[in-house]
Design a binder for this molecule. Structure first.
Ligand code: TMP
Ligand code: ASP
Length: 259
């Protein structure tokens, strides 16, 4: 088998050198981590589901004119993406109070926010991804004021699109995290969406029941994580099959022998 050059290994994904210059292969692992990887597990099927969900979302975003690094899916666990220079920020958009904002500002989880809020975190596990302001971002040179405007614009457009997409399948998009990267086209630099958009980096609540369909299932020990992700994929129409662990076998429709 041909050996591929490993470019970067993260907690949930591996990046390999792609087949052409300027491309990478993004491989989705089954590893789940939380709280800066102090909590770890392998969740069978997670990588396959996130590959498919992220593909679906990135294709839809590209279709509405939001530029992303996604090129095409290669197989069950891998996709071909454009190589970008990652901006070391996690950009979080919130619609409803949950997680760290609920704790930080003393809000009850589930409280709708006055408007969508964009937050920036410095991507550094050792420092526990501290929240940073535009002042820090520009002073330390992580991004220029124009880059920040571009990221906020793209993050909010992504939020509008995804909120509608999920609402259509009975899911409330509470919050999500995205990452951005720079690409150069001739002498022009452009910022595009990178990384992944999957239930690993979103909060997704069932509209009717409030059931959590995201990584909080793992963080808070609320059940089977792959089942929750499979439900998201099923509702989006990505996979039809029964979620893992929920196979019931053939259903008897009528039983004429018992009359
Ligand atoms: P938070 O409430 O913990 O700040 O998380 C906000 C959103 O960002 C939530 O949907 C989970 C996502 N997120 C990540 O994807 N990676 C991270 O490292 C953190 C802290 C949050
Ligand atoms: N901090 C992130 C979480 O809590 C991811 C991680 O730590 O691995 O989900």
């Amino acid at each position: 088998m041909q050996r591929r050059r490993l470019v970067y290994e993260g907690k949930a994904k591996i990046l390999y050198e792609g087949p052409e210059p300027g491309t990478l292969i993004q491989h989705f692992k089954d590893d789940a981590t939380a709280f800066d990887a102090t909590k770890k597990a392998t969740v069978e099927g997670k990588g396959v589901l996130n590959n498919r969900i992220s593909e679906y979302i990135m294709v839809q975003l590209n279709n509405v004119g939001i530029p992303t690094h996604f090129i095409r899916r290669l197989n069950m666990r891998e996709q071909l993406v454009r190589e970008v220079e990652i901006i070391p920020l996690e950009v979080v958009v919130r619609n409803v109070a949950a997680g760290s904002i609920a704790k930080r500002l003393g809000l009850e989880e589930g409280t709708p926010l006055p408007r969508s809020i964009v937050e920036f975190y410095y991507k550094n596990d050792k420092l526990h991804d501290p929240m940073v302001s535009e002042e820090h971002i520009t002073a330390f040179g992580w991004a220029a004021p124009q880059d920040i405007d571009d990221m906020m614009g793209l993050a909010l457009r992504t939020n509008d699109f995804l909120s509608g997409l999920f609402l259509g399948v009975g899911i409330r998009l509470v919050d999500f995290k995205v990452e951005f990267g720079r690409v150069w086209e001739n002498d022009l630099m452009r910022i595009i969406l990178a990384d992944e958009i999957s239930p690993d980096g979103c909060r997704l609540w069932d509209i009717e029941t409030g059931r959590k369909l995201d990584k909080d299932v793992f963080r808070r020990d609320l059940g089977n994580l792959a089942d929750a992700y499979a439900e998201v994929a099923r509702r989006l129409g990505i996979v039809q099959e029964t979620p893992p662990g929920d196979a019931k076998g053939p259903v008897l429709v009528s039983d004429n022998t018992q009359t």
